[in-house]
Write a protein that binds this ligand. Structure first.
Ligand SMILES: [Zn+2]
Length: 108
């Protein structure tokens, strides 16, 4: 399995949302069956939790991040058709920026 470059994912998520986002990984039971959770504090700070028991590959983590970022972008907890389409578009962007970041790292 390839190493997960968390810094690249973090930079992309910050870029997409236009604000710093804290990404935390959990291996505990608190997240249960949830692959990811998003929390927005009263000060506007955003934390995305990734369930590392259920998401460990780059593709899985990108899917979780895209899902949660779509909730933030749409400001809705709904799993609507719009949410699915938004998450798909965000996942594509995250994947492209991730691959570009990896390429740049290899060429420097
Ligand atoms: Zn959701």
């Amino acid at each position: 399995m390839r190493t997960v470059r968390w810094a690249l994912l973090s930079t992309s998520v910050n870029h997409l949302l236009g604000t710093p986002v804290e990404i935390v990984g959990s291996t505990g039971q608190a997240m249960g069956r949830y692959r990811g959770l998003v929390h927005r504090g009263p000060d506007g700070s955003i934390i995305i939790a990734v369930n590392l028991n259920l998401a460990s590959t780059v593709d899985e983590i990108i899917a979780v991040l895209a899902h949660e970022v779509a909730h933030i972008v749409l400001n809705s907890p709904d799993h609507s058709r719009e949410h699915r389409a938004t998450a798909r578009r965000i996942a594509k962007t995250l994947r492209e920026e991730y691959d570009e970041g990896v390429r740049r790292a290899h060429n420097s």
